[in-house]
Design a protein. Structure first.
Lengths: 381, 310
């Protein structure tokens, strides 16, 4: 854990907007730590979020992601370190003096105000002229597709409509950074997917920086330009959804993001072509060797369920396959999940697209599993 | 859900059938379950009021109260200057008491809602402790404080600020006002505290996030959301102080008596039950009228519906 955020300098992969050519970040986190009494919520975290980026903080509950978000919003103060927004140190600035706006986990809409008054609140606080407020509220409600709902009371709205009001209320202020604290958590799956689309659409059309906190890796994958995976107050990896998914750097990231077979083993051989063999519980995996790997070094390896295939024509001798017995077969709609046990006693799971061949495999059958070396990640931590 | 008839034409019929077949007994609308409460209200609430209303049209003489119909009592209530003045004075004291308890209670309730854990428990206990003693004692305790040989006069004299005891501390309207405020403050603090406690802290954060400074957060979010608590406290304290009897009796002296004392004297001393009833009904009528007026104006209905929905 000496250098968990080694790729902080990775530029955001969003299509660069003209104004971000100078490379100045919307948010800069510098050596930030936070302690609540004896408990460490964040441990010396540093990274940058680019202007116009959709950035997700992903991790299990208690990993420090909400604390970090609340510090950016000004609701908590860092115990150590600096947070810069648009290049300006935010130390001591209360939330009302920041160019951030937050969409709260339970939305926190004002129950005693109409939809219109909720949305207008931020502008009223800035003492904007009434006719401009009216115009902007109208636009904001139009933006979230709630035209004509201005007069409604909050408790007359459905869950999805409340979400939209919360978005309008925050976005009407045109914040330089929009903070989203798991706002979709309370919605059912259908509505959640709809709201994800909605957020993507708003982000694309508005171009503000979005920082999204979630524990749902699917949600983070679907929406983000970049993701920071967090655990126990540390940032384990920052990268595009592809990076994180295809090349997890630690065992935790591999486990947390997607469905993955993870094994502990040790390196048995390093070839000249950059590949290596890792033996895990008697089973050998051929993988791409990361730089600095040594023979006999203990490592973990990760293979995603969908990267283990059933059409095993390749032998087990070169570490790209093995034969195994199907212990459980699950129907998942578009695909089947086979839980298998190899001759060496290793449990391997394979996701296979629904096909005639896959349908014919039954529990108890012996199958040939196969994987590509490029799909096996070597995890050093 | 055991017996699902294939041809369930009207939904209600099939449901009834299911209930008959299954173990669930149809109980219809069990209105009769309300009967204890309704009976209680009828016997101890409405019946005495109805009886009093009836009696207020009767006439009392030294020989007893005669059940005939006359408006003389009401004429006397409205025309006699003494009773009119008493009524206005009582209304004034009740209004002032209500206003004063709001001023005292809101900050206390606000502080209380901010406290956490042990501190909060301790403060709540401190607030309630005096109210575990009898109402009469709490009013009575002002006599040895404000009296000629009371704590205040003794202290003033001991400190050399005054030479002789001050008389105007007790047995006047001011003493009654003080006593009422003291005795009824809890009835204001409690509902305000409860309504403040109900406010989601995230709403305060949301307002701050949207650019509201502390004063604006208070005015735009905290105050409106605790308003139902303030109103229910006001109604309670106003009703209690407009019908106050013990406090003015103990602390008021001749100039500090209130409408409640006037009514009581008709029943207890003058034995004029009919006139006493007319005075009471007048008070009830005025209270109802005030509630009605204020409900148009400040949304008192929220107090009785317990929140935001109208």
């Amino acid at each position: 854990m000496t250098d968990p955020v080694s790729d902080v300098s990775t530029p955001p992969t969003v299509a660069p907007a003209p104004e971000m050519a100078t490379g100045n970040a919307a948010v800069e986190i510098r050596d930030v730590s936070k302690w609540f009494g004896e408990v460490t919520a964040l441990d010396n975290v540093s990274f940058e979020i680019g202007r116009g980026e959709f950035f997700s903080l992903l991790g299990p509950s208690g990993c420090g992601k909400t604390t970090l978000l609340r510090m950016i919003g000004g609701f908590e103060t860092p115990s150590e370190g600096q947070i810069l927004i648009d290049g300006v140190d935010t130390a001591g600035a209360p939330p009302y003096a920041r160019s951030t706006n937050m969409i709260f986990q339970h939305l926190a809409l004002f129950p005693h105000m109409s939809v219109h008054d909720n949305v207008a609140f931020g502008l009223k606080m800035k003492r904007i002229e009434d006719n401009i407020v009216e115009q902007k509220v109208h636009q904001a409600l139009e933006l979230v597709r709630l035209e004509g709902y201005g007069g409604r009371k909050i408790d007359q709205l459905s869950g999805g409509q409340k979400q939209r009001v919360a978005m309008a209320r925050a976005l009407i202020n045109d914040p330089s950074v929009l903070l989203l604290d798991e706002p979709l958590g309370a919605l059912d799956l259908q509505l959640r997917l709809q709201m994800q689309d909605e957020l993507r659409r708003l982000h694309k059309s508005l171009g503000n920086t979005f920082i999204f906190v979630t524990h749902d890796q699917g949600e983070a994958m679907a929406m983000s330009d970049r993701i920071a995976v967090m655990d126990q107050g540390h940032i384990l990896q920052i990268g595009t959804p592809e990076d994180i998914y295809e090349a997890p750097r630690t065992r935790f990231v591999a486990d947390f993001v997607g469905h993955t077979n993870v094994f502990d083993g040790r390196v048995s051989q390093i070839d000249d072509n950059g590949e290596c063999l890792v033996v895990c519980g008697g089973l050998t995996f051929r993988c791409i060797a990361p730089t600095g790997l040594a023979v006999e070094q203990p490592v973990s390896i990760a293979v995603r369920f969908e990267d283990v295939t059933l059409d095993g024509t390749l032998g087990s001798a070169d570490g790209t396959g093995c034969s195994a017995t199907v212990t459980e077969k699950m129907y998942l709609g578009g695909m089947f999940r086979f839980e298998t046990r190899t001759a060496e006693g290793v449990a391997l799971t394979s996701d296979v697209t629904n096909s005639d061949a896959a349908r014919l495999v039954a529990e108890g059958d012996t199958v040939n599993l196969a994987w590509r070396p490029t799909n096996v990640s070597v995890l050093l931590e | 859900m055991t017996a699902v008839t294939p041809d369930r034409v009207p939904a209600i019929a099939s449901r009834r059938k299911t209930m008959k077949d299954g173990g669930v007994k149809p109980i219809g609308k069990p209105v009769w379950l309300l009967s204890p409460g309704v009976l209680w209200l009828l016997i101890f609430g409405l019946a005495p009021l109805a009886f009093m209303l009836m009696m207020s049209f009767w006439t009392s003489t030294i020989f007893g109260t005669k059940p005939d119909f006359s408006l003389d009592n009401y004429a006397r209530v409205l025309v006699t200057e003494l009773y009119r003045d008493q009524l206005f004075k009582t209304l004034r004291i009740a209004f002032m008491t209500t206003a004063m308890t709001v001023v005292i209670s809101y900050p206390v309730a606000y502080l209380l809602s901010r406290l956490q854990g042990m501190q909060k428990a301790l403060f709540v206990l401190m607030m309630f402790l005096p109210f575990w003693t009898s109402y009469v004692i709490r009013a009575f305790v002002w006599l040895p404080i404000l009296g000629r040989n009371g704590a205040i006069n003794n202290a003033l004299q001991a400190l050399g600020i005054t030479d002789a005891p001050i008389d105007w501390l007790l047995f006047n309207e001011g003493a009654v006002f003080l006593g009422l405020v003291y005795v009824y403050t809890l009835f204001m603090t409690l509902p305000i505290y409860l309504s403040l406690e109900k406010i989601d802290p995230a709403l305060v954060e949301a307002a701050t996030d949207l650019g509201a400074r502390p004063a604006a957060v208070f005015r735009r979010v905290i105050l409106p959301l605790s308003w139902p608590g303030v109103l229910s406290g006001c109604i309670m304290v106003f009703l209690l102080s407009i019908s106050a009897f013990v406090t003015p009796q103990l602390l008021g002296g001749p100039s500090g008596i209130m409408y409640g004392n006037v009514i009581a004297s008709q029943f207890l001393a003058n034995n004029n039950w009919a006139f006493g009833s007319a005075l009471s009904i007048t008070l009830v009528g005025i209270v109802l009228l005030l509630l009605l007026i204020s409900s148009r104006w400040i949304g008192v209905q929220h107090v009785f519906t317990g929140g935001r929905n109208s």
